[in-house]
Design a protein around this ligand. Structure first.
Ligand SMILES: Nc1ncnc2c1ncn2[C@@H]1O[C@H](COP(=O)(O)OP(=O)(O)O)[C@@H](O)[C@H]1O
Ligand SMILES: Nc1ccn([C@H]2C[C@H](O)[C@@H](COP(=O)(O)OP(=O)(O)O)O2)c(=O)n1
Length: 218
């Protein structure tokens, strides 16, 4: 197979991580979770007491944290300055703060450059919000996953403890608005992406549909 980039974008809970891992496993490709990079920088900012209401302060510190990322579907650990933050970046505190940090252009410029370096010559599934539009606009396969707000909230709630579908739905709606209305690289479907509504599909069906698209387009 020639070098391949599969761009998987969409909002939280649409199924990006699970589908991307499944597709990468099926095709023997690498896997890059760009959301984990924004979460890791956010964890570092919280850990260092950076004022997240100040984009200028976030921008001034954006180059400091050192990230390392596993890029295989079965081993996607994340470290920041040598500390393993794989679990810590999934906490509610990080989830609530990540949209503010990822709206800062200096954060995005840094991470987009690192993402392009990790993508290298390809053979990788890359998931995020701006992969098909900004990070890898040349990707031959671009999928934009969606699902109803209800389905997305139900899926996320099932993974967490101490929350409700209603609370998750509200938190996701807030993050959707912040992510899709920011000036820098907003969440938007690429003109040449295929939209896949996963509301009524199970994970196997989503993976099969992406594999079909890959076959058709490469
Ligand atoms: N098509 C699907 N049907 C039902 N549950 C799904 C589907 N796709 C993903 N899930 C589940 O929903 C949750 C969120 O999926 P995830 O892949 O993390 O979404 P995202 O990366 O878009 O936030 C996970 O627990 C996952 O197992
Ligand atoms: N390419 C990306 C990936 C994520 N982000 C930002 C916006 C998202 O709300 C956060 C977290 O992304 P992540 O994919 O981990 O979020 P979910 O697992 O879908 O809840 O990071 C981004 O701005 N650009």
């Amino acid at each position: 197979m020639t070098a391949l980039v599969i761009a998987m974008d969409g909002p939280s809970g649409s199924g990006k991580s699970s589908a991307s891992r499944g597709v990468a496993r099926a095709l023997g490709l690498r896997y890059l979770d760009t959301g984990a990079m924004y979460r890791a920088i956010t964890w570092w900012m919280l850990h260092h007491g950076v004022d997240l209401t100040s984009p200028a302060e976030i921008a001034a510190r954006a180059a400091e944290p050192e990230l390392t990322l596993g890029v295989t579907p079965d081993e996607s650990s994340v470290t920041v300055d040598g500390a393993d933050v794989t679990a810590a970046i999934r906490t509610a505190a990080v989830t609530a703060a990540v949209s503010a940090v990822s709206a800062v252009p200096e954060v995005r410029a840094r991470l987009v450059a690192e993402q392009r370096a990790l993508i290298g010559s390809g053979d990788i599934v890359v998931e995020g919000r701006d992969i098909g539009t900004v990070v890898a606009p040349q990707a031959p396969v671009k999928v934009y996953l969606t699902a109803s707000p209800e389905a997305r909230a139900r899926r996320r709630t099932a993974e967490l403890t101490g929350t409700t579908v209603e609370a998750q739905r509200a938190a996701m709606a807030r993050r959707d608005t912040l992510d899709s209305t920011r000036k820098a690289d907003p969440l938007v479907m690429a003109a040449d992406a295929i939209e896949l509504d996963t509301t009524e599909l199970n994970l196997e069906e989503v993976i099969a549909e992406v594999l079909r698209l890959v076959k058709e387009r490469t």
